[in-house]
Design a protein around this ligand. Structure first.
Ligand code: ARG
Length: 267
């Protein structure tokens, strides 16, 4: 090996160790730190933890059981964190339409996980992992309302969670619709029950869960094949984390654990 090559190797070593030092010291100041796995290349807000921002109102994907987050994505994040050798840590529930901007800004959470559909607008703000779930939209009404077709909703009030793809679908596809936006999914269902709105536009598995459990006086009249895909939102400044998560997603799909979660939560 010639001297030039040795020089390059030594220089790389010095650079790597000073980067590692920098990572540790910045952690002391409470900002982004390097991960414990020094060669992973990604950063985590808190060492040893994958900090998750979520709107915990979207069963069966994420919901609060008392004060404990639970659901398909909550369990999935637990598995993915395990693959990364860290623990998943959910922040208190965050308003859905603030999650993507929060990940884009950085500093509060490593990932946004909330049944977030990949779309062009969001792709400008954050990176997404490989898809973790496929879903369609749906329209839900009160059982005794006599509404059997979306066309009957012309000029009516349709509710949805603000900033969601369901809200957008209804606004764009129902003629003369009057859209009513809510912060929380439960508030949307409460509004349907109280007659404040005539229908709800939300991701089908979520409508299905709500009408089967709490809101049995409501029914889904239509599944709308929007062909959406959920993924985990990651800062564009942390591409190695996206890569590590994709590897972890692949691993849990291959070892059968992903299928176990589907069987537990989505069937
Ligand atoms: N999939 C829809 C979207 O990305 C709705 C997600 C709402 N999520 C939630 N946790 N409330 O816009």
């Amino acid at each position: 090996m010639n001297i030039k090559k040795w020089g390059a190797i030594i220089a790389a070593g010095v650079l790597a160790s000073s980067l590692a030092l920098f990572g540790c010291s910045s952690n002391d100041q409470g900002s982004t730190s390097s991960t414990s796995g020094t060669d992973s290349g990604y950063t985590l807000i808190n060492d040893g933890k994958l900090t998750v921002a979520a709107s915990l109102d979207f069963p069966p994907f994420e919901n609060l059981n008392g004060d404990k987050p639970e659901g398909f994505e909550v369990d999935l994040m637990g598995l993915l964190a395990e693959e990364l050798g860290v623990e998943s840590n959910y922040l208190p529930s965050t308003k859905f339409d603030t999650i993507v901007p929060l990940i884009q800004t950085g500093g509060k959470a490593d990932v946004g996980v909330s049944g977030i559909t990949i779309n062009d607008e969001r792709l400008e703000q954050v990176d997404f992992t490989d898809p973790i779930c496929d879903v369609n939209q749906s329209i839900t009404v009160l059982k005794d309302a006599g509404v059997t077709d979306v066309a009957q909703l012309e000029g009516k009030k349709v509710g949805g969670q603000t900033g969601t793809t369901g809200y957008e679908w209804a606004a764009e596809n129902i003629k003369d619709v009057e859209m009513v936006g809510f912060d929380e999914m439960t508030a949307v269902f409460a509004a349907l029950q109280s007659g404040q709105i005539d229908a709800i536009a939300v991701d089908w598995p979520v409508a299905n869960y709500y009408v089967k459990t709490a809101y049995t006086d409501c029914e889904i009249i239509k599944e709308i094949p929007t062909g959406e895909q959920y993924a985990i939102a990651v800062s564009k400044e942390n591409p190695e984390l996206t890569k590590a998560l994709n590897k972890a997603i692949k691993a849990v799909r291959e070892n059968g654990k992903y299928d176990e979660l589907v069987a537990t939560w989505l069937q």
